[in-house]
Design a protein around this ligand. Structure first.
Ligand code: GAP
Length: 627
């Protein structure tokens, strides 16, 4: 299929979609929440390196994107009209893999952490984004190339030429910096260009003929903030609690030329954990206290040192990480990313430098994944956002965004009560008497009385106009505005990282094999069932095995076309961890060959119970070596 017309700003991304023809995808896939494996079972398996020679690879990005398109992982969107950069379609296998990754995420945040998932609209009214600061400040620095008219990210041009921290420079400084640099699209020197702020939100109007402005959400987080009071009640008015959301977010990126890394429509998985501002020790910190994470702290960045492996307990004790909550989610994120197939040697956690961290944030770290093509890519952000978001919505909406925290034992507090003598205030201040009384009640007068400002004028209130009494009262608790700990994941970037880190080329018996070593719980197809011949009753037995596996919640595919070796290679290429071959022996003794993708070893197992056997293998409760 040819990529057709395109206009500036709607350029198809040739890096991502350079394949002319999309092969027809015949795979039958099914998804079942029932077969979700435990977090441990996602861990990638060791494979037999002795037998295979791993080929050193170049152009890995092109190879992965070619595979992704050919085999139905990722496609250009609306290709028949000329694709628009920054948007992609997930094909049958890509959707399945995406859902598996989302469910691996759910395993951690919903099952392990016990947080509930919510679902809020994609379009939000303007007030939300005024409060959040997106209307005013969610912009990137843009310029237009005078030669080719392409719109460009000015800070990216500077960064590509070795300038660090370009995103925090002012527009004029950036313009000065880039004027001698070439345009990344046409390679002409830019010369004097104007750099201006471009707001990344997609704007829309709510309702026909309506003046009501809305925006496509640039993050899922705001839904959890605006629902705060309802969530608090749902969690029976107790802190800490968390709410999570997986959904689409939209950012009108200026020049999205990085395939799945920078999209205009992408999926986020975000957790907002509301904690008492004075209690930042995580109640289950012992789970990750001894867990090692590669940390690239501010100090190490300033001293140009590589990341260092550090336990979370140590990092908090030494003050590298601000508190146990942030450390807990750093470790959980490390465990999660490795469990879905991110190579731990290509993963680090980088602390935001003071000039890139939001002014209100107490601490902020990015989980960065190394890509052969893109270098270190931010994939997850973990931040202690303090009470910034809730206070912002409190101000904008006028509603209460605090939680009442009862004391264990009610506290006795002394209070000074000032009671105005209205009989005396009335004749003295006439029309202003009420305002004077209110000012009195809100203050504590001194021995000579109190001076307040009424109608712009100072007014002195003498002690004969009121009485002062000390009262002891019982206070049951206090109102606090919770702090928010936010781990925010980009699902599409996670998918790309897993594809890149799982892709191998190797020589096997003199033949090249391409294999995706996806963890079984992430693989879009978990078992392929292959009748050796397309006759003599073998297809019937194979279909019976497919049905049995599906009943067990295993994603199974039937494939009878081509030589058996080619069928194995086809499955290896899409990461199917197990293949079952039905042959003539099966008719005699009801046994089949079970093949392991990584070691390519084969064992003979009975047909009876094979569905639950595969399920145990996929869930990691059984290892192939143990068969
Ligand atoms: N609520 C916080 C927040 O949205 P962020 O760092 O802007 O923080 C979180 O986004 C994650 O979302 C990033 O780490 C990244 O993985 C993903 N993300 C952000 N912009 C993206 C884009 N244009 N395309 C793909 N993923 C993106």
């Amino acid at each position: 299929m040819q990529l057709k017309r395109f206009k500036p700003g709607m350029l198809p991304d040739y890096g991502l979609f350079n394949c002319d023809r999309l092969s027809a995808v015949r795979e039958e896939v099914q998804y079942s929440l029932r077969c979700l494996p435990s977090p441990e079972s996602f861990l990638p398996r060791v494979y037999n390196r002795n037998r295979n020679t791993v080929i050193a690879m170049s152009d890995i990005y092109e190879k992965i994107m070619d595979l992704a398109k050919r085999r139905g992982f990722i496609w250009p969107t609306s290709e028949c009209y000329g694709s628009v950069a920054g948007f992609i379609d997930y094909g049958p296998l890509g959707s399945m893999m995406k859902r598996n990754i989302e469910n691996a995420w759910r395993k951690f945040y919903i099952i392990q952490e016990g947080y509930y998932e919510i679902e809020c609209p994609i379009i939000g009214q303007e007030d939300i984004f005024i409060a959040s600061g997106h209307v005013k400040g969610f912009s990137d620095k843009m310029c237009q190339c005078p030669s080719c008219r392409e719109f460009l990210r000015a800070d990216h041009i500077a960064e590509a030429h070795g300038v660090t921290g370009a995103s925090v420079l002012g527009t004029e400084d950036l313009a000065r910096l880039i004027c001698s640099l070439p345009c990344p699209a046409c390679e002409e020197v830019l010369g004097p260009v104007e750099v201006f702020n471009f707001n990344l939100m997609f704007q829309t109007a709510i309702g026909p003929g309506s003046q009501r402005r809305g925006y496509l959400r640039p993050e899922t987080a705001q839904g959890m903030f605006t629902d705060f009071q309802r969530l608090l009640r749902f969690y029976r008015d107790r802190l800490p609690f968390g709410a999570v959301q997986i959904g689409k977010s939209f950012r009108n990126e200026i020049s999205p030329r990085q395939g799945m890394i920078r999209l205009r429509e992408f999926t986020q998985a975000e957790a907002e954990i509301f904690v008492h501002p004075g209690e930042k020790d995580h109640p289950a910190f012992s789970r990750y206290e001894g867990y090692f994470v590669p940390l690239l702290s501010i100090t190490r960045q300033e001293e140009d040192l590589p990341p260092v492996n550090c336990t979370m307990g140590e990092a908090v004790r030494e003050g590298t990480i601000a508190n146990q909550y942030v450390a807990y989610y750093l470790a959980l994120t490390h465990q999660l990313l490795v469990s879905i197939g991110v190579n731990p040697d290509k993963l680090r956690f980088r602390q935001h430098l003071p000039d890139e961290r939001a002014h209100y944030a107490e601490d902020c770290w990015d989980a960065e994944v190394f890509s052969d093509r893109f270098g270190w890519v931010e994939t997850v952000g973990i931040a202690d956002r303090t009470d910034y978001d809730l206070r912002a919505h409190e101000r904008q909406s006028g509603e209460r965004f605090s939680a009442f925290i009862p004391y264990d034992i009610p506290r006795k507090e002394s209070r000074i009560r000032v009671t105005p003598d209205m009989g005396a205030l009335g004749p003295r201040f006439r029309g202003e008497a009420r305002a004077v009384a209110e000012a009195l009640c809100a203050s504590i007068p001194g021995p000579d009385g109190l001076t307040v400002t009424i109608g712009g004028k100072p007014v002195h209130i003498t002690p004969d106009l009121y009485t002062v009494k000390e009262e002891i009262s019982e206070v049951p608790g206090t109102d606090v505005v919770p702090h928010v700990i936010e781990p925010s994941y980009g699902i599409d970037r996670m998918i790309y990282a897993v594809l890149e880190h799982s892709y191998f080329e190797e020589m096997v018996d003199g033949e090249e094999r391409r294999v995706l070593r996806l963890p079984p719980g992430i693989a879009p197809v978990q078992v392929a069932v292959l009748p050796l011949m397309n006759r003599d009753g073998l297809p019937e037995i194979a279909r019976e095995i497919v049905d049995g596996a599906r009943e067990e919640g295993v994603i199974a595919e039937y494939d009878d076309s081509g030589a058996i070796g080619r069928r194995y290679r086809r499955q290896d290429e899409v990461g199917t961890p197990f293949a079952i071959t039905v042959d003539y022996e099966t008719r005699e003794d009801r046994t089949v060959t079970l093949r392991d993708r990584d070691s390519m070893r084969q064992v003979r197992v009975p047909v009876e119970g094979i569905g639950s056997l595969i399920r145990s293998l996929v869930e990691g409760r059984l290892s192939f070596a143990g068969l």
